[in-house]
Design a protein. Structure first.
Length: 277
């Protein structure tokens, strides 16, 4: 019967009504999962390219519904959650969990910044910054303990209220990164308007950069521009030694990628951080 179900699924999986049905299923399942603790955060190290030390990490969400064995990739369920208000509850959970972890690490002397991914809907929601402040307060965290990753499209769409909120966070010392930089639709002239501290160059540029003159030129231009604007450069998706050497030569400050580590459970990255101290 299971085999038959799978066949039926593959035959109709392109059918729009089935897709909609799946989405509705996922949405209602996500709602249950929030109550049942079926989410976890993994942490991927961000490495200082000069010292080789882990200086921060990115919190990446994993969802393992009880009914499946494997976790569902965030690229599948985040867009669905974003179409409903679920992303607000999920985002709150991520923020709370990251703050709790930052506190646990600070209690044993590990003081790294945890960057969380924030969706457009969360940021637009009234009270996002108050919620962040309350969360930091609850866990007695300094502003630099939790960083925010936003995409350029979100920043372009954001109103004065949001930009002002971000400005205040920056003034306090909160790190704010533009995620997937270069893949959005922004003209570069927007950049100087955004209250951010870091540019994360999207993985797609690096993929071909050392070989392709074109992508290489783009990487170089982005690093140069970022530095002119006093921004730090984070390169995403470093998988090979060649790419690492390349990014070091470009003068990027920081990198993240499978060469250093995949996203890790808190206890695993903690061991690495303890060794580093
Ligand atoms: P992102 O923010 O661009 O995160 C980086 C993605 O690249 C992660 O995928 C990470 O596992 C992957 N990655 C890191 N290094 C490498 C590498 O060397 N090679 C390759 N091939 N991939 C690498 P992941 O964890 O599947 O997350 C996918 C996306 O889901 C994230 O992209 C982010 O947009 C979203 N996401 C994840 N967690 C959250 C969250 O808590 N909230 C929100 N709103 N979105 C999240
Ligand atoms: Ca990110
Ligand atoms: Ca990214
Ligand atoms: Ca991405």
């Amino acid at each position: 019967a299971k085999e038959q179900g799978r066949n039926r699924y593959s035959i109709f999986s392109n059918d729009l009504s089935v897709l909609l049905h799946q989405q509705r299923n996922i949405a209602s399942r996500l709602r249950v999962s929030l109550e049942n603790n079926e989410f976890t955060l993994l942490y991927q190290p961000q490495v200082d390219l000069r010292s080789g030390n882990i200086i921060s990490c990115e919190a990446l969400l994993r969802w393992t519904p009880e009914i499946t064995e494997h976790s569902v990739p965030p690229d599948i369920f985040i867009p669905i959650a974003e179409r409903t208000d679920l992303i607000i509850s999920i985002g709150s959970w991520v923020m709370e969990k990251a703050c709790e972890q930052a506190r646990a690490w600070r209690n044993i002397g590990i003081e790294i910044c945890i960057h969380i991914n924030v969706s457009g809907r969360e940021l637009e929601q009234d009270g996002f910054f108050e919620r962040l402040a309350r969360c930091r307060e609850k866990y007695a965290l300094p502003p630099e303990a939790i960083g925010l990753e936003l995409t350029e499209n979100m920043l372009i769409k954001s109103d004065e209220q949001v930009l002002l909120g971000l400005q205040k966070q920056r003034a306090m010392g909160v790190e704010v990164s533009i995620d997937d930089f270069g893949t959005g639709y922004s003209s570069l002239s927007y950049l100087k308007r955004f209250p951010v501290s870091h540019l994360k160059i999207d993985r797609s540029f690096l993929e071909n950069a050392p070989e392709s003159d074109y992508d290489g030129a783009l990487m170089e231009a982005i690093v140069h521009l970022g530095h002119k604007l006093n921004l730090k450069i984070v390169v995403e998706g470093i998988e090979t030694q060649t790419q690492l050497t390349y990014c070091q030569r470009l003068g990027a400050e920081c990198a993240q990628g499978y060469l250093f580590a995949k996203p890790l459970a808190a206890s695993v990255i903690q061991k690495r951080l303890e060794c580093q101290q």
